[in-house]
Design a protein around this ligand. Sequence first.
Ligand SMILES: NC(=O)c1ccc[n+]([C@@H]2O[C@H](COP(=O)([O-])OP(=O)(O)OC[C@H]3O[C@@H](n4cnc5c(N)ncnc54)[C@H](O)[C@@H]3O)[C@@H](O)[C@H]2O)c1
Ligand SMILES: O=P(O)(O)OC[C@@H](O)[C@@H](O)[C@H](O)[C@H](O)CO
Length: 380
Amino acid sequence: MKQAVHFGAGNIGRGFIGALFSQSGYHVTFVDIADQIINQLNEEKQYNVKLATDQQETVMITNVSGLNNLKQENEVVEAIKEATFLTTAIGPNILPRIAPLIAKGLMARAEASSDKLYVIACENQISATDLLKGYILEHLDEGAKEKVLANVAFLNSAVDRIVPIQNNQGSLDVLVEPYHEWVVETTEEIPHIEGMKIVPELAPFIERKLFTVNTGHAVIAYFGYLANKETIDQTLADEEIYNQVKATLGETGAYLINQYNLDPVEHQKYIDKIISRFQNAHLNDGVTRVGRSPIRKLGPEDRLVRPALQAQKAGLSYTNLAKAIAAALLFDYKEDEDAVKLQAMIQEHGVAYALQEVSGLDESSELAKEIIGHYESLKK
Ligand SMILES: NC(=O)c1ccc[n+]([C@@H]2O[C@H](COP(=O)([O-])OP(=O)(O)OC[C@H]3O[C@@H](n4cnc5c(N)ncnc54)[C@H](O)[C@@H]3O)[C@@H](O)[C@H]2O)c1
Ligand SMILES: O=P(O)(O)OC[C@@H](O)[C@@H](O)[C@H](O)[C@H](O)CO
């Protein structure tokens, strides 16, 4: 049986990427540090993906097992030796931590076989696979790099499916939205995986996804949090926030249409579709999940700052994006490590310092001034 190794047996791992491999006839070895999930995968060898619809259709996912990367290094290396695909959905900040073990696996594989391996990071981050490749190569000497690179293709991708935090302690089943899109960049022929779309140039796809789905999501999460809302769909029912989301997606939309020559009518349809996905009450998706890791989300290449800077560069409006960045700076959720760190930074050094440190924005820039203005009014 064909083999896939997937790092991160969490929501998107089990609910999307691992499920597609299984449905394409692969055995999926999930690699994670969560013992409970790993043990359960090995005992039950299957789980259900449930669609968040009135009917709650269910798909059974079989041919799955698990390994703990902290406790079963050798087994992970063996699994990588046998795999055709190696994917991750683990969070961009975790990629450097799994890179040494992947490097070991790739080295052992290069010694044992010349079969091709496809490595794809499925994270909400532009060029996540390139980043992972960089981290992996740091752990290989020159000779090893050459051997490994001869038979490994590193492919960037964009992954879209809303998978909330699961409310079913003790079960491997995953509730997911019906919509999904997985776009992988390559000009090579690669083995067919159900639901994987191949494109020669990823930039328009990942930017369109990140600056529509994830920008819109972030706006809802940060304004929803400030308005004491629990979930994304509840927040969108608030007319003022709904209008704020539409206005912000109007700004990212103008940038995307301009940058990638998109058809404005088609792009508006894409925005409307995404807003309807956010309104899915079956998902019960919390504003604190969607707003998680605000330092990452406020990064210069991420869903808020990058489109604002790009819109500014193109002479387009970015005032609603600036407002959303201000709202993100006020996300003081105590259970989020990043949020706690960001609030401590703002408390100690001020918001201008945090914008420089986290988003790379100079205090004297027009964007920083506008964000600080919105921050002061939202704080009141
Ligand atoms: N959930 C979604 O709607 C969604 C959609 C598209 C993309 N994504 C992206 O997918 C990635 C994962 O998101 P998620 O929602 O599935 O998160 P998650 O928290 O549900 O899953 C992450 C998994 O990684 C594991 N993990 C953490 N540190 C690890 C380590 N050092 N070694 C091995 N495993 C480790 C965790 O135990 C967890 O099972 C993120 O980059 C996210 O942006 C998520
Ligand atoms: O996963 P994050 O933290 O980058 O972003 C939170 C959500 O916006 C995200 O998980 C979406 O649900 C997902 O990207 C939809 O495809």
